[in-house]
Each structure stands twice: as C-alpha cells, then as structure tokens.
Design a protein around this ligand. Structure first.
Ligand SMILES: Cc1cc2nc3c(=O)[nH]c(=O)nc-3n(C[C@H](O)[C@H](O)[C@H](O)COP(=O)(O)OP(=O)(O)OC[C@H]3O[C@@H](n4cnc5c(N)ncnc54)[C@H](O)[C@@H]3O)c2cc1C
Length: 433
C-alpha cells in the first residue's frame, strides 16, 4: 500500500484537515512543544460553505488560543441576536455572564480558516497544504500508525506523488465526510439529526449590522401547493466589509426533508426581502452553495485504534442552532490535552487508556446537551409545534432570553442565576449518548 509513497516524516501527532478543529488541535499541541504535522488537502485561502457566524462560545475559544481579535484585524463584532418570526421582532444581547464574552463575531471562512491554520503554524505546527490524507496505514493489530497523503496541486488535481506520515496518534479533523474515519470503519450514525444548509454572499447596506439576524419562518410548498413551515431558520450575518452571508438551514426531522429544493426555498425567501436591503440576484457574489451539518456526535467512537475524531468528523454540530465552529475548537483543545497526557505515559497500555478517555471527556462536555438538542430537533420537525413555538414563544422576552442561553449554550458555568442552573439541570438530566 505504501511502497510507491515517499516517506514524509514521523511526528508526535498527525492532524488531518486544517479547518477550525484541526488547526486548534495542532496549535494546542505545538504550543506544548509537540512535533505535530497538520495535513490539509486544499491550499489557503480556501472557502468553506458556512454562515461565518461566531457566538460568544466560539469567541471564548479564539481568545483562549491567543488569536488577535480586534476589528482592525478583520473581525466584524456583534452584540447579540435579532429574531424575526410570527410578526415579531426581538433583539437580544448576548448574555452578560463571566464564563463567556458578551461579543459575537462574523468572519468569512476563507479568512478565518487561514488565520487559524497560520496561527497553528506560527505556534510550531508543520502545516502542509495540498496533501489529501486519504488512506490510513495500519499496524498488524489494525491500529492506525500513520497516513498516506496524495499530493495535490492548487487546483485540487493529484500530481501522482504520494507521501507517508507516521505518529502514535492521528486526529481526523477532515470534516463532515471524514473519509479517514470511514476507511477505519466509522460510518455516520443514522439515529442522530442532520441538517442541510445553503448560503451565498450578497453586497448589501446591511453588512455592518450589529446583530446577527435569524428568521424563523421559512416556507416551502408540497407539489399539491400546501405550504409547509420548515424546521430551521434563515440568517443574515453582516461581514462588515460590504457583504452579508445570507443562508438557511433545515433539519432532517421534518417530512419535507430530502424532498425540498433548498436553493429554491432560499431564492424565494430572498425575493421577499425589502428592496432597500439590496439583497437580490444582482448583488449575489458567486452562487448559492449547500452542505450538510452532522449533529449530536453522529460518528462514534470518538477514539478507537489510534484515531481521534474532532469537529464535524465526529458530528459535533449543536442541534439547537447549527453551530459547529465553537464545538470543533473546543474538541481540538480537549483532543490536544488528551494526546499530551497520553504521550507522557511510558507504557503502551497506559497511553492507550488515556487516549481512549477522550471519548468520555467529550461526552461529559456535550453528551447530555446534544441529546437535549436532538430531542428539540425532533419536536420542531413537526410543523404544528414549530408554529406554536414561534407564536407563543417569541412574544415572551424572559423566555426568549432563556432560550438564547439554552440554544447558544451560553449559561454561566459556575453559579449563575436560576436560568443558568436550569440549563445545567436539563443538560445533566438528558442521557449522555
Ligand atoms: C451552510 C452552513 C452554514 C454554517 N454556519 C455556521 C455558523 O454560522 N457558525 C458555526 O459555528 N457553524 C456553522 N456551520 C458548521 C461549521 O461550518 C462546521 O461545523 C465547522 O466547519 C466544523 O469545523 P471542522 O474543522 O470540524 O471541519 P471543516 O471546517 O469542514 O474542515 C475540514 C478540513 O479538512 C480538510 N480535509 C478534508 N478531507 C481531507 C483529507 N482527506 N486530507 C486533508 N485534508 C482534508 C478540508 O479541506 C477542510 O479544510 C455551518 C455549516 C454549513 C454547511
């Protein structure tokens, strides 16, 4: 399998994929002095289909990593979330808690991901772009001991060259399809929610909105003309550079899922926007693109036989709101911590036990919360529930403040008020699956 490949290098850890999850893992390992190789199939800057929205949970991780976050560094800061639906318009500031900053941000992924990859590189990680790490190298027990990477040029074409990289642990941070996990027999689970989302960039005077805006009423129609309220939301996230990221995401828990043309729903939604927003086919940059959001740990185990899953590869998108960047960053931190402790063990058994503890660490962090989110996703998949929630929930500001804390996962971590404690209680009571 590897005879035609050139030996790249041997490292303490190999990370496959330089999205937020992979770059965070590599940065944390490199900061601790480890020799880490970060393999990315694309060349930066590269795009990633996303809403580009960062809630305070993601910002906290960026602060922790030491990424410069001033507006002059290219970040569009925001104060909270505006929710529109059921004839209501509600503007909620990010919760004022000590555990999280009261600031969200927006940054195009073409920039964000390069910033994070370069951050890992300057911390000492070896970033190799144009490396498609498609094949695991296994030892005689079926444990991964490295990867084979095809070298690809800047247009994504294979050059015919192959390289091998070896390490005691490999991190799959290669996104929703995670080919590396699939090659190791880890298929995605069908009992977890998924979503599909579409987005496009538009030039618009609304680009410097100080709030993230979400629209709860997305309508589709059946072939017989019946209107269906979709379980999901549309968004307008201002990038502060003349553009807004506009898109919508829909959960697979509704009957209409898979039978709906989401790009068409998006086009029709955009047509209903006020002309003064300037959001229309003429101001669209590029095209409407779609991708899937894997939720609630839909690929498991998160560690087995030397391969650790981080971010979308392990299905770490929040089912309540479709956020995945913060969870990928957090998983990268937890993965790096576990790897550091594992590598410090002198015996192979001890190392393996520590590495395996990553799965439990992640479940302790988010297992109950994701289960709760999956139940929520199932509930709002029923149009009548979605309609009731919009009609009776939105007019109640106190309830909506609580829902923001719950859905964006922003409760005070220690102490806090009744609402914070309620979020923790609900999370603890949900099974850790
Ligand atoms: C339309 C849409 C809107 C979204 N909006 C938001 C939002 O506003 N906020 C939010 O927090 N989340 C959002 N998400 C979710 C978010 O995009 C993901 O959860 C997040 O990108 C996960 O990061 P990651 O590092 O795990 O994976 P990715 O960002 O997917 O990174 C994976 C990396 O691996 C590389 N790779 C893949 N295969 C290989 C290989 N074989 N060899 C080497 N490299 C490889 C890829 O090129 C890529 O760079 C959205 C998702 C979608 C689809």
């Amino acid at each position: 399998m590897t005879s035609d490949a050139t030996d790249g290098s041997t490292a303490d850890a190999i990370v496959v994929g330089a999205g937020p999850g992979g770059s965070a893992t590599a940065a944390w390992l490199a900061k601790a002095g480890k020799d880490v190789v970060l393999l990315e199939k694309a060349q930066f800057p590269r795009d990633k289909i996303c809403g580009d929205g960062l809630t305070p949970r993601a910002v906290r991780q960026l602060v922790h990593l030491g990424v410069p976050l001033d507006e002059t560094d290219g970040w569009a800061h925001n104060k909270g979330l505006r929710i529109i639906g059921g004839g209501m318009r509600l503007q909620l500031d990010w919760p004022d808690v000590t555990s999280f900053p009261a600031t969200g941000m927006v940054r195009a992924r073409a920039d964000l991901d390069e910033v994070l990859a370069r951050h890992a590189q300057s911390a000492g990680a070896t970033l190799l772009e144009g490396r498609n790490a498609h094949e695991p190298i296994l030892d005689e027990h079926g444990r991964i001991e490295g990867v084979v990477a095809k070298v690809v040029d800047e247009r994504g074409r294979a050059t015919g060259e192959k390289e091998t990289y070896r390490a005691p642990v490999v991190v799959a941070a290669d996104g929703v399809s995670s080919r590396l996990s699939v090659k190791m027999g880890r298929e995605k689970r069908e009992d977890r929610p998924m979503a599909v989302a579409v987005r496009a960039y538009y030039e618009t005077p609304r680009h410097d909105d100080e709030y993230l805006e979400s629209h709860l009423e997305l309508w589709s129609s059946t072939p017989s003309g019946e209107r269906i309220l979709m379980p999901g939301y549309g968004w307008l996230f201002g990038l502060g550079d003349g553009r807004s990221n506009v898109g919508l995401g829909v959960l697979n828990t509704s009957e209409a899922f898979g039978r709906t043309d989401y790009k068409d729903v998006m086009r029709r939604w955009v047509e209903t926007m006020p002309p003064e927003w300037g959001i229309n086919a003429d101001t669209m940059q590029g095209s409407i693109t779609a991708a899937a959001l894997p939720m609630a740990f839909n690929r498991q185990p998160l560690y087995d036989r030397g391969l650790m899953l981080v971010g979308d590869a392990g299905g770490m998108v929040n089912p309540f709101n479709g956020e995945g960047i913060d969870y990928a960053l957090e998983a990268g931190h937890a993965a790096a911590d576990t790897i550091l402790q594992g590598l410090a063990r002198r015996d192979a058994d001890g190392r393996e036990r520590v590495l395996a503890s990553y799965a439990e660490t992640m479940k302790q962090m988010h297992g109950g919360y994701f289960t709760l989110g999956a139940q929520f996703a199932k509930l709002i998949g029923r149009p009548e529930i979605m309609r009731l929630a919009t009609k009776y929930g939105l007019p109640r500001k106190t309830l909506m403040h609580f829902m923001l804390k719950l859905m964006a996962n922003l409760p005070e971590e220690k102490g806090g008020g009744l609402d914070d404690r309620l979020v923790h209680l609900m999370t603890r009571m949900a099974p850790n699956a």
